[in-house]
Structure formats: structure tokens, C-alpha cells
Design a protein around this ligand. Structure first.
Ligand SMILES: Cc1ncc(COP(=O)(O)O)c(C=O)c1O
Length: 399
């Protein structure tokens, strides 16, 4: 515990362990005019259904103003929970009762609640290699030992999961268009991962904010559909509607639900009911059925633009897999190049990315980076990738 002479506060051990999100720190530097930032993980604001939201907002204030402005149930808005349960049945093959749905303040809150309920100091927690930085941030204050599972382009290796499962509290998994790598588990990988976890009684936390953003074909069904009693499933409206609503949800096995609910009550009593009613109003009218396909089509074009720019400027210098959905390309650079060290040069050259090292629980790989293809238009993508190529060529010349 550190004592700071200028402050009377002694920080809790968990606060000592907290770190600023490296991505948010990078964004502060890169959101200067003129920089093509491929660093952010933000959805394209051009996709937000502003008119539909404006109308829904007016309807909610007209039809249920007092209910929308009053305190509400911690579990979430009943009709929205029913909609989520029905939606998961068709989209994810899950048999879910609305009573298992806990509406959360973004799926980020779901990660915090899961950690609060399942992780003790020194408990072992398994994650993919690399994994979502925000999950590492959510888990760290609960003082676990976080272990990265050996992973390939389809996600974690089932054998690695099986070998590490004994005594671990949970494995945090991202089967669809992972942040940061864009990977998707195949059908076979899903089956093998669930079988390995189920055989050893290892709970899974399945995070699926990107699953609806597929380009050519939907990904295979969720892990939760294969083992409902052992999987905590996290969903979000951030990437299909708008992240500023802060609306997500957890689907919990019945045995775990009451504890998550108690943790939720302590955290924020409930997720803003005004937002829940607005979202329910727009989805009840069928907005997602027309809106999500438009977002998919737009992101696919952007993905193609980035793929073409990468082919043109970075062939032979970096390797990557074309993502089939989601928002990110993951680049591996030649050994010896350090994406963190090169970032200032990239910003000087007019572009920004997120160094891959930020996404590792252990043994970060310095020669990797993440690019978002959804936040800037195709001509800017080309400029950004060309600038990145100049920086890498120069560094490689010297490396
Ligand atoms: C993998 C993953 N999980 C969870 C979140 C949090 O999303 P939200 O809290 O907006 O639902 C994000 C956001 O980028 C993400 O990439």
C-alpha cells in the first residue's frame, strides 16, 4: 500500500491494481484533427438510427412519462427482457426464460458483475490470447490470477482449456468476431471448447457484442445454447443500435441469477428505465430487422476497403486474416518490431492504431496491432494504412 504525502487517502489494494485503459489514453493523443485514427473501437456514428430514436423518445415521454422517469426494477424492463429471450431463441438457438435475463448498463457491467460474483483474490481466471482489454480491466480489481490460454485463429485450444480448467473459476470467451483479433470459433471448436469445460465443471462467460455484425453468413450458435447451465451469456445493444444508450444484458443460469441481481442492485439499482423503454419501443416496431442489415452492408464495404489497402501497402510486411464480421483487423508484424514504440512515429505520420500488447493477460506480443475499419470512410482508411506502411517500412529497414 502506497502512502502519498500530499493525500490522506490510503488506496484499497484493488484500486492499486487498477490501470487506465491504454486505449482511452491513446485516443486522447490521437483524436487530434488531421490524424486518421484506426485506433478507436467505436461503432460508426453514421449508423445510429437518430430519427427512430427521436420518435421513440417522444412516444415514451408521451405514453409513459412517469414510469420512464421513476425508479424501476433491478432485473430490467419486463417487455424488453421478454424480447431478449425470444431474440436469443431465434438468433442463438438458446432456450431462455425472461426470468434469466438481467438488463445491464452495457455488457461491460455484465463483466463487472460476473467478476464480482465469481472471483476471489488469487482465484484463477482463464482468458483467450489475446483478449478484450475491457474484460482484463473489469476482472483485475477482484485480484484474480489471470491466465492466457494458448489460442489460434479459431480461438482457444480445447486442450489448453482442458489442461488449465482444474480449479479455475471461469473462462472468459469471445466466440464471434473477437475484439481484438476478429476470430470466429468454428462449429467444431465450439463443440470442443464446451465439451472440455463441461467435463471439468468450468463455468464459461461468453461475451457476444459483435455476433450480429456478420458479413456473409451468421456465425454458428452460441456456447450457451450448448451448455445452458454452465454458461453466463453477455449481449449488448451497443454495436447494433448505439453505445451511448449503455444497454446490455446477461443471461444467467437460474442458480447464479440471484447473486448477479444482488450485485447489480449494489452497483446501480437498475439500468436507466428511460433508455430501456426507448430501445424496446424501436425494436418492437421492427427497426433492428432493417437497421442491422444496413450496418452489416456498410461495415462489409469498409472491411473490403481496408483489406484492399492492406493488400496494396502491407503485403509481405505484415500478416492478417480477413475478418468475416465485427470491426477489427489484427496485424502481426515481423519479429523485432514493437508496435507500442512505433506509435508516436505513426501519429507523426498521420495515423493511429492500438498496439497489440494491450490485449494480453501475460507475455504480450509487441509485434502486433489492432486496426478498426468502421470509424473512418474508405478514402481515409487508405490514407491511414499508407501512413502505417511508411512507418513500418522505415522501421523494418532499421530493424
Ligand atoms: C468484447 C467486448 N465486450 C464488451 C464490450 C462492452 O460493450 P458495452 O458495454 O458497450 O455493451 C465491448 C466494447 O467494445 C467489447 O468489445
Amino acid at each position: 500500500m502506497k502512502h502519498n504525502i500530499s493525500s490522506p487517502f490510503t488506496l484499497a489494494r484493488r484500486a492499486e491494481r487498477m490501470n487506465p485503459s491504454i486505449i482511452r489514453e491513446i485516443l486522447k493523443v490521437t483524436e487530434k484533427p488531421g490524424i486518421v485514427s484506426l485506433a478507436g473501437g467505436l461503432p460508426s456514428a453514421d449508423t445510429f438510427p437518430v430519427d427512430a430514436m427521436r420518435e421513440a423518445c417522444a412516444r415514451v415521454l408521451r405514453d409513459a412519462p412517469r414510469e420512464a422517469l421513476q425508479y424501476a426494477a433491478s432485473e430490467g424492463f419486463g417487455p424488453l427482457r421478454e424480447w431478449i429471450a425470444a431474440h436469443l431463441a431465434t438468433s442463438q438457438g438458446m432456450t431462455v426464460s425472461p426470468e434469466q435475463v438481467l438488463v445491464t448498463t452495457g455488457s461491460q457491467q455484465g463483466l463487472d458483475l460476473a467478476a464480482k460474483v465469481l472471483i476471489d483474490t488469487d482465484a484463477r481466471v482463464l482468458v483467450e490470447t489475446p483478449t478484450y482489454l475491457g474484460a482484463l480491466q473489469a476482472f483485475t480489481p477482484y485480484e484474480p490470477r489471470i491466465e492466457g490460454l494458448a489460442s489460434d485463429h479459431e480461438g482457444p485450444l480445447p486442450d489448453a482449456l482442458a489442461a488449465a480448467a482444474g480449479g479455475a473459476r471461469l473462462a472468459y470467451l469471445l466466440p464471434n468476431f473477437q475484439n481484438p483479433t476478429g476470430h470466429v470459433y468454428t462449429e467444431a471448436r465450439r463443440a470442443a471448447v464446451v465439451a472440455a469445460a463441461q467435463a471439468r465443471g468450468l463455468p464459461l462467460v461468453e461475451d457476444n457484442p459483435y455476433g450480429d455484425l456478420w458479413f456473409d453468413a451468421p456465425p454458428p450458435k452460441s456456447l450457451a445454447s450448448r451448455w445452458p447451465e454452465g454458461v453466463l451469456y453477455l449481449g449488448s445493444f451497443s454495436k447494433v443500435l448505439a453505445p451511448g444508450l449503455r444497454l446490455g444484458y446477461v443471461v444467467a443460469p437460474a442458480a447464479l441469477y440471484p447473486k448477479l441481481l444482488q450485485a447489480k442492485q449494489a452497483a446501480d439499482l437498475h439500468t436507466p428505465i428511460f433508455n430501456q423503454r426507448i430501445v424496446f419501443d424501436v425494436i418492437r416496431s421492427g427497426l433492428l430487422e432493417t437497421h442491422v442489415p444496413k450496418t452489416r452492408a456498410r461495415y462489409k464495404l469498409q472491411r473490403d476497403a481496408m483489406q484492399a489497402s492492406l493488400d496494396k501497402h502491407l503485403s509481405g510486411l505484415a500478416s492478417w486474416a480477413r475478418p468475416e464480421g465485427g470491426m477489427f483487423f489484427w496485424l502481426e508484424l515481423p519479429d523485432g518490431l514493437d508496435a507500442m514504440a512505433l506509435l508516436p512515429k505513426a501519429v507523426e505520420a498521420g495515423m493511429a492504431y492500438v498496439p497489440g500488447a494491450a490485449f494480453y493477460a501475460q507475455a504480450p506480443r509487441a509485434n502486433s496491432l489492432r486496426l478498426s475499419f468502421v470509424t473512418v470512410p474508405p478514402d481515409k482508411i487508405e490514407d491511414g494504412v499508407a501512413a502505417l506502411a511508411r512507418v513500418l517500412h522505415e522501421a523494418e529497414g532499421r530493424a
